[in-house]
Ligand binder design. Structure first.
Ligand code: MLT
Ligand code: ZN
Length: 468
């Protein structure tokens, strides 16, 4: 970046607010995808919305590009800066600004860590329901920009459901304050929802108003051994007939094997099973517990379940959750090729069967790890790199199977990215889930809010220089 612009950024942000050292560039230039080499020109760490606005205006005037950056726990390269961009990290905008007890809402800056938000809600006797394994480092701005999902979607929905208001600086450098924390607001287009899930391509989120909820009581976890894919959705249906589940996850025995081996955790029970389902419900009355036990009994009798365990304490519940939540971190060292697919819940059984067929044919030489938020129709299919195979060769081989998997997903009107976003990794596959007309509208919206395409260039949509 030219020294004059660096000087202007330095004047704006001060010593603490601008970094160019190699370690910062390495750290802030990548997310958890790790497949792209980071190469940002510098890192800006603003402390106010006014500074964010000034940075975006400077980028527009001088033609440099920006990558908005949260906790960088994404898995699609959405926060990667590999082309000399200026990273704009919201890490120093990390304050909870207000709590409104009657509204059961809070206002916070975008850089607040998800787990801090959850803990704050707890201190108020309330609950922030969006949760996932990376909650300890992901930031709320990133969660909103990617419409983060996680493990409680089946009951509470995605991040979108919790966002009552947003403060945004658009790619043009304009400040927008959207929806003002209102529950009801029927005054036309709800622009708030356009920014949720836009992956930092339309504007930078600087503040959010979030809905908090009643804290659930005595969350109880069941881990069940399942003989085959087809039984999974039968189990879901049987339990949902009696209970509002707060989670319905699944993982394969191989996934469990790695977690048990590498993290030193205990298996849930000794009976072998190829797959496991993890269910969670609010065990707030004797009837509720009875309903869960009855559903379990019915599933055993029908052959949908081989064995199972139900948590008897909060500690045991947490430990059972670790079996599922530690999978991603555990297999990360085996350089997985990650798929994040979804179909309608009613099509999951058919989808799993068809994916299994592709996997058996095309990934015969590789180890395949299955897990996912299957109660939401979301499958995480991870292929592990053989230790002896070169990384580039492995990814090339896996990518060659994409078309078959994505055509299948498309044929069921599913999504090629259920919750990890598009970023760089899925950008060129967008047409498997979005029509040409939709993509054309998306490009038009991008140009409307960010006419010079300064924000997160080439993420989600490729830059079409002829249109700039
Ligand atoms: C998960 O469900 O564990 C996360 O989405 C991360 C992953 O898929 O690896
Ligand atoms: Zn997930």
């Amino acid at each position: 970046m030219n020294p004059e612009i660096l000087g202007r950024l330095h004047n704006l942000l001060g010593d603490q607010g601008l970094r160019t050292d190699p370690l910062s560039c390495q750290t802030y230039g990548r997310d958890w995808t790790k497949t792209y080499e980071p190469a940002p020109s510098a890192i800006a760490l603003p402390t106010s919305t006014a500074q964010v606005q000034a940075i975006i205006q400077l980028a527009n005037q001088n033609g440099f590009k920006l990558v908005p950056s949260g906790g960088r726990t994404g898995l699609s390269g959405g926060a990667v800066a590999a082309q000399g961009e200026l990273v704009v990290s919201l890490a120093r905008m990390n304050k909870i600004l207000a709590f409104h007890a009657q509204d059961r809402s809070l206002v916070c800056e975008a850089g607040v860590i998800t787990a801090q938000l959850q803990q704050f809600a707890e201190t108020k006797g309330l609950f922030y329901p969006v949760d996932f394994a990376s909650a300890g480092s992901s930031q709320i701005g990133g969660n909103i920009a990617t419409n983060a999902g996680g493990i409680k979607v089946i009951r509470y929905g995605l991040t979108r459901q919790q966002v009552l208001g947003l403060e945004i600086v658009t790619g043009k450098g304009e400040l927008l304050k959207l929806n003002h924390g209102l529950v009801k607001n029927a005054t036309g287009y709800d622009l708030r929802h356009l920014f949720i899930g836009s992956e930092g391509t339309l504007g930078i989120i600087t503040q959010a108003t979030l809905q908090l909820l009643r804290a659930p009581e005595n969350l109880t976890v069941l881990v069940l051994g399942v003989p085959e894919f087809a039984a999974l959705m039968q189990i879901l249906q049987r339990f949902q007939a009696n209970l509002d589940l707060t989670a319905f996850e699944f993982f394969s025995d191989r996934a469990l094997h790695y977690v048990v081996q590498d993290k030193g955790l205990a298996k849930p029970f000794v009976t072998p099973a190829p797959y496991y389902a993890l269910l969670e419900f609010e065990n707030d009355s004797a009837q509720r517990e009875q309903a869960a036990l009855q559903a379990f009994q019915d599933c055993i009798e029908q052959g949908f379940v081989l064995d199972g365990v139900m948590s008897q304490s909060q500690t045991q519940a947490k430990n059972l959750w670790r079996l599922r939540e530690m999978i991603s971190e555990t297999i990360a060292v085996y350089t997985p090729y990650k798929n994040d697919l979804s179909v309608r819940v009613s099509l999951v059984a058919e989808f799993l069967k068809a994916v299994d067929q592709i996997v058996t044919e095309r990934y015969a030489a590789f180890e395949v790890i299955w897990y996912g938020h299957i109660g939401d129709g979301n499958l995480h299919l991870n292929i592990l790199k053989p230790a002896t195979m070169d990384k580039a060769e492995f990814f090339e081989h896996c990518a060659a199977v994409n078309e078959q998997v994505f055509v299948l997903t498309q044929s069921l009107q599913g999504s090629i990215s259920a919750e990890h976003g598009v970023g760089l990794l899925k950008r060129d596959y967008l047409a498997y889930s979005r029509s040409a007309e939709e993509i054309a509208y998306m490009r038009a919206l991008k140009t409307l809010f960010d006419p010079h395409w300064v924000l997160n260039p080439n993420k989600l949509l490729s830059i079409d220089t002829s249109s700039l």
